[in-house]
Write a protein of this length. Structure first.
Length: 150
């Protein structure tokens, strides 16, 4: 029986709910549940977890973009795909399906926070150039790809 993305996602969510190290707030859990139910499970739930890679993520991003989802929301939902894949580990705690995610290939939207005004306070704009030095973090990595510390 193949290990499906939906199965892994449900197990991950159940485990994260009861973990003692770095507990997750109920509101965050509700957001992840919504993300899984609305986007990820319908799009990739029946896909074998071993097959969820850059091409699958690209398809998910394309469908979210086509539906008019904001760039920041797409990034948030995409992070969840990566977390679920990375959560599958063996008895030694090593990832079963290590991935090198290619944001360029996946056409991951780039968030440009420098152009928003007070009217656009909650919205992000997409900068397709990706050459804005203001988007660099203090460690040199582009801010748009940094994973939040959950």
């Amino acid at each position: 029986m193949p290990f499906l993305a939906a199965t892994r996602a449900e197990r991950w969510l159940a485990a994260i709910r009861i973990r003692r190290r770095k507990p997750v707030k109920p509101a965050r859990l509700a957001g992840w549940r919504h993300s899984l139910d609305k986007w990820l499970l319908p799009l990739i739930g029946e896909t074998r977890l071993a097959d969820v890679g850059n091409a699958t993520l690209k398809t998910v991003i394309e469908k979210m973009t086509a539906s008019g989802l904001a760039a920041k929301s797409i990034l948030s939902h995409s992070r969840l795909v990566k977390v679920v894949v990375a959560s599958a580990v063996n008895t030694e705690g090593e990832e079963l399906y290590p991935r090198k995610w290619n944001h360029e290939f996946c056409e991951m939207p780039i968030i440009d926070d420098t152009t928003s005004s007070h009217r656009d306070a909650g919205r992000s704009r997409i900068n397709n150039r990706g050459d804005n030095p203001a988007l660099q973090s203090s460690c040199g990595a582009p801010r748009r790809y940094r994973t939040p510390h959950w």
